[in-house]
Design a protein around this ligand. Structure first.
Ligand code: PMP
Length: 460
């Protein structure tokens, strides 16, 4: 790209430090400036139109031009643009949203705590694990376990829970007391001759061994995304959560479901927990909660956790946790309108209707010479690109094959992101069957281009 002096591109390179961007590469490449959104499409500053193949960042469930959400924000801005929830203050949209969320919860939940991002919701969950165990007189039960390749956020606590090396390296993370156990990805970690169920058993045994080695009295909670999205769309093998939950129950360990991506229909169920029979004590959610039109997240807690908070507050006073923008009126108004739209338009039913086509087109690409594994559920899926389909040997990270595929996809009018070696798709939930076919036709061209480039560059 040629960057013109004083253009938006040049000013971006001059002034913006980008999240999740190669800072050195960015100074050469400059940004892709997005100017407008229309349904499932985004339009850049030069007028090029793209399918948003990743729903922004797994979040723009209703696309980019939902007028009802704009109106809900506007109404709330005019009525009460800000108020907080500290010291027992409240306002109508936060109350209504909390009530609706409790009614939607996949298992009985008691209260909703609002925050602004998925990371904050998970930070809050970790703090509550500690607070809860202090409150019930088990102060030694404070270590928590998540999984390698999990994604739970980037704040100090949530990045520690995240199980990806790039989020730890150079940041001096994880913090003490955050442990990681096996990633349940059968394609990479299943042994030859091992069935998926045997693999699930092995994961549960490994979790139990970790708990025993650390001392069961020191382990307070297990954090899990129902389907691990950012780590490479990892669908847990059948029986995995039954076996994991049996271990957690045995040692009285809380389960926190991170529904930041799976929540609100992504897998064809309102929550991912329903898809896998999870019975969490707390649920974190964000992203599709407001269709991404406002930054908002929430943590639901069950009555066991809530009762402990009440008892502790009675003893020590104020519950010392909260954000200025917890339950922000505009964010809660937009989230509330989002949930009404989901219900009125039966968005979960729509996902169930179109997901079979999405998954069929995805799995057909398993035949492509670059694709080692095609996996997903509902309206999320990934194509894991490998150097050798037989041996599953990956490309070298420096080969940048998935990055190249992402660039070719962009050239063919689909925006997605390279996640490791994955070409991932997670479109807005409102995508139609025609648009799904279009997205896969374009993605196929991107893969063919990438294959030609891989061969021409002698990466084999
Ligand atoms: N949990 C999961 C499962 C996520 O996918 C993400 C974000 N991709 C987060 C937490 C963190 O959310 P945020 O970026 O809003 O802090």
């Amino acid at each position: 790209m040629t960057i013109l002096l004083n253009s938006l591109e040049a000013r971006d390179a001059a002034f913006v430090l980008h999240p999740y961007t190669n800072a050195s590469q960015h100074l050469q490449d400059g940004p892709l400036v997005i100017s407008k959104g229309e349904g499932i499409y985004i339009i850049d500053s030069e007028g090029n139109k793209y399918i948003e193949g990743l729903g922004g960042l797994f979040c723009a469930s209703l696309g980019f031009s939902e007028q009802r959400l704009v109106d809900a924000a506007m109404r709330q801005m005019q009525e009460l643009p800000f108020y907080h929830s500290f010291g027992g203050k409240s306002h109508e949209t936060a109350i209504e949203l909390a009530e609706r969320l409790i009614r939607l919860a996949p298992v009985p939940m008691s209260k909703v705590f609002f925050a602004n991002s998925g990371s904050e919701a998970n930070d809050t969950a970790l703090k509550l694990v500690w607070y809860y165990h202090n409150a019930i007189g088990k102060p030694e039960k404070k270590k928590v376990i998540s999984r390698w390749r999990a994604y739970h956020g980037v704040t100090i606590a949530s990045a520690s829970l995240t199980g990806l090396p790039n989020n730890h390296r150079d940041f001096d993370l994880p913090i003490d007391g955050v442990l990681h156990t096996d990633c349940p990805e059968y394609y990479r970690y299943g042994l030859s001759g091992e069935t998926e169920e045997e693999f699930a058993t092995r994961c549960a045994v490994s979790l139990e061994n970790l708990i025993l080695a650390e001392g069961p009295d020191t382990i307070g909670a297990f954090f899990a995304e129902p389907l691990m999205a950012s780590g490479g769309c990892i669908v847990p093998p059948p029986t995995y959560y039954d076996k994991i939950q049996a271990v957690l129950r045995k040692y009285d360990i809380l389960l926190i479901a991170d529904e930041v991506i799976c929540g609100f229909g992504r897998l064809g169920t309102m929550f991912g927990s329903e898809s896998f029979g999870m019975q969490p004590d707390m649920i974190s959610m964000a992203k599709q909660l407001s269709a991404a039109y406002q930054p908002i997240s929430a943590l639901m807690v069950n009555e066991k956790v809530h009762a402990a908070i009440v008892a502790e507050s009675a003893k020590i006073g104020t519950f010392g946790h909260g954000f200025t923008y917890s339950g922000h009126p505009v964010a809660t108004a937009v989230a509330l309108e989002t949930l009404k739209i989901y219900e009125e338009r039966d968005i979960v039913g729509h996902v169930r209707n179109v997901a079979p086509l999405f998954q069929r087109r995805l799995r057909a690409l398993a035949e492509h010479p670059l694709v080692g594994s095609a996996r997903g559920r509902g309206l999320i899926g990934t194509l894991e690109l490998v150097r050798n389909k037989e041996t599953k040997e990956p490309f070298r990270p420096t080969d940048g094959v998935a990055t190249h595929a992402g660039k070719r996809a962009q050239a063919h009018g689909v925006v997605t992101r390279a996640i490791g070696d994955n070409y991932s798709l997670c479109p807005p939930l409102v995508i139609t069957e025609t648009q799904i076919n279009d997205m896969f036709d374009r993605s196929e061209k991107a893969l063919d281009d990438t294959y030609a480039w891989v061969r021409a560059s002698n990466l084999y």
